[in-house]
Design a protein around this ligand. Structure first.
Ligand SMILES: Nc1nc2c(ncn2[C@@H]2O[C@H](COP(=O)(O)OP(=O)(O)O)[C@@H](O)[C@H]2O)c(=O)[nH]1
Ligand SMILES: [Mg+2]
Length: 340
């Protein structure tokens, strides 16, 4: 009978590295709740991260992301990988048990310690959903999962932010949802490394493929440029991908419910992983991830420090002064930060 200590930070970390799944679940709960253990745990686990390949799966609601993620997880599992799944989509039916059309196979996965599924609470932790997701991914990475799949609904800035922290982003399209290519509307075309046209058993799949091909031939802005300018990263970036056109996002047709095309999709993701490593682009992406995360945390820490130092009454007074235009918010912020 293992006597793992799950009551202390050190005990939890040791148990996690020993493969204890209860420790894993408990650590993630600490992080989601923003408990006093959260930060010490993340600090202790950080050095052990950086090995997993992180795969974002994003697209409009109903395109079949959850079904596809399950099928991909199964394929990876059969290839001997340990697979973590983080569902940011609150409607994802990951916890109910009926995960795939093919339920028998999913039953094989239930109780399999090589797979771990977690749905993010919509409220997220202190730093918001993007931070909570990044923290959860770190824990899974440190726990030794080889592939981590993140499902996000492709709407809203934070969704794009979460997706863009992945090494490989799969954008899922489906025919017959109105617009020919929903990724354009959602602003996620740029972050695609691989396209999956799911529900290829439905009419219109070929039209969707053609539309995507046309879009890609028009040229998509370089992902790193977009991220760089979008976030004004105050860091020196490593040299760009020597040949940005070296990777053309492949377009694959899938029928997730019947497990069709899933092996090919996984193969494309693995090819992209290989490409990232060979071209040195993985290093660049990890650098961008680090920069984004550091900025996110810095903002959080600074805000909290200022709020801790400022009595509520004086903060209220300052808000009132700004609202009445006796004080502008820029000067107010400088005063709070003690900048002369
Ligand atoms: N016909 C068909 N239905 C699918 C396919 N993939 C998923 N679905 C169904 O589409 C619905 C939405 O799937 P879900 O995975 O929850 O989509 P999500 O909202 O993108 O996560 C479910 O009823 C699935 O069974 C597919 O390839 N073909
Ligand atoms: Mg879903």
């Amino acid at each position: 009978m293992p006597t793992d200590d799950l009551q202390s930070v050190a005990g939890l970390v040791t148990a996690l590295h020993g493969g204890n799944r209860r420790a894993l679940a408990r650590i993630i709960t600490h992080i989601e709740n923003g408990s006093a253990f959260a930060q010490p745990l993340l600090m202790a686990l950080y050095p052990a991260g950086g090995r997993a390949h992180i795969i974002g799966v994003t697209g409009a609601p109903g395109t079949g992301k959850s079904t596809l993620v399950n099928a991909m997880a199964l394929a990876y599992r059969q290839a001997g990988c340990q697979v973590g799944i983080v569902a940011v989509d609150p409607t994802s039916p990951f916890s109910g048990g009926a995960l795939l059309g093919d339920r028998v196979r999913m039953r094989d996965l239930a109780g399999d310690p090589g797979i771990f599924i977690r749905s993010m609470a919509t409220r997220g932790s202190l730093g918001g959903l993007a931070q909570a997701t990044a923290d959860t991914v770190l824990v899974l990475d440190a726990a030794g999962f080889d592939r981590i799949l993140i499902e996000t609904v492709g709407v809203g800035q934070s969704e794009v932010e979460i997706a863009s922290t992945a090494h490989t982003t799969v954008v899922v399209e489906a025919p017959g949802l109105g617009d020919e290519v929903q990724a354009i509307k959602a602003g996620i075309l740029e972050i695609a490394d691989v396209f999956a046209v799911n529900k290829a058993d439905r009419e219109g799949a070929d039209r969707t493929v053609t539309a995507l091909k046309m879009m890609l031939s028009l040229g998509v802005p370089d992902k790193h440029q977009v991220m760089h300018h979008g976030r004004m990263l105050p860091i020196t970036l490593p040299p760009h991908d020597p040949d940005p056109s070296a990777w053309m996002p492949p377009i694959l047709k899938t029928v997730a419910t019947q497990n069709q095309g899933v092996a090919e999709l996984v193969a494309a993701v693995e090819q992209h992983r290989f490409y990232l490593e060979q071209s040195g682009t993985r290093e660049l992406r990890d650098r961008l991830r680090a920069a984004t995360e550091l900025r996110m945390i810095l903002r959080d820490v600074l805000l909290r420090r200022v709020l801790d130092q400022t009595p509520t009454a004086s903060l209220d007074a300052m808000v009132a002064a700004v609202a009445e235009r006796q004080l502008d918010p820029y000067s107010a912020a400088r005063q709070l930060l003690l900048i002369p």
